[in-house]
Design a protein around this ligand. Structure first.
Ligand code: E7E
Length: 234
């Protein structure tokens, strides 16, 4: 998260840290007691190590009463996801056991109605991703308020030049603020009006560059897929 701040600890009890061999690789968020939603691109640079999901955390390293690492039973990337594009960049993670829900661990509701979040709407993203373009990693969760950019503007040649489909949405980067998501924030939620409207995509790889607005996978178009996967697996 670039240009953000440290939120009050445990005020985002749905936030998850997807870890491989004990190292934070991506964000994610709890949607039911045993399912976490994240981004398929998060599996790209992995070495088939041991995956775990950290819940109830504010600091990645400090002891916190309700912080707990969960094993992963299944990793289910969306069948349409690929390394080549941002399409269908979603990953469902089934925990080895249902998470213990409490004050520091809770679920986040998904946006169900398939309607665009209006341009200019202020939404919130959070994560343990880079806080600088040079790759500074925070220990404590960061959050940032981002303004929605219309798809038409986001698809202009100077920005993402027609790459943003109706299954994606964008947040603007005001020239001086540099507020943006970055590497390690992928998979985290874009929360608008208290529900998850989008999932952070790696998008253009660069961070904090006003020419490359952040790209997010919209959730409404995928509600059926999410429900089907959760209903089938056991
Ligand atoms: N806001 C858009 C956004 C949102 C989430 C993730 C990213 N980017 C990356 O996942 C990424 C991937 C590989 C090398 C990288 N180097 C850097 C960098 N800034 O040095 C980022 C990356 C960008």
């Amino acid at each position: 998260i670039l240009g953000g701040r440290e939120p009050q600890p445990h005020t985002m009890p749905y936030m998850a840290s997807l870890q491989e061999d004990g190292k934070h690789i991506c964000g994610g968020f709890l949607i039911t007691a045993e399912w976490v939603l994240s981004a398929a691109h998060c599996l790209e640079d992995t070495i088939n190590g041991t995956f775990q999901v950290l819940l109830g955390a504010h600091s990645l390293t400090a002891h916190e009463p309700h912080k707990r690492l969960y094993g992963v039973r299944r990793l289910i990337p969306h069948p349409g996801s690929s390394t080549e594009t941002n399409a269908d960049d979603l990953l469902l993670i089934q925990l080895a056991e249902p998470a213990l829900l409490g004050t520091d661990v809770g679920t986040l509701a998904l946006q169900e109605e398939d309607q665009e979040v209006p341009a200019g709407t202020l939404c919130t993203a959070a994560g343990w991703g880079f806080t600088t373009n040079t790759g500074k990693r925070p220990d404590k969760l960061q959050s940032v308020e981002l303004s929605i950019m219309s798809r038409a503007t986001c698809n202009r040649r100077i920005h993402h030049d027609g790459e943003v489909t109706e299954n994606m949405m964008c947040t603007e980067i005001k020239k001086d603020s540099r507020k943006d998501t970055c590497k390690g924030d992928s998979g985290g939620p874009l929360v608008c009006h208290g529900v998850a409207a989008g999932v952070v995509a790696a998008g253009s790889r660069v961070c904090g560059n006003w020419k490359k607005p952040g790209i997010y996978t919209r959730i409404p178009p995928y509600i059926e897929w999410i429900r089907a996967v959760m209903a089938s697996a056991n």
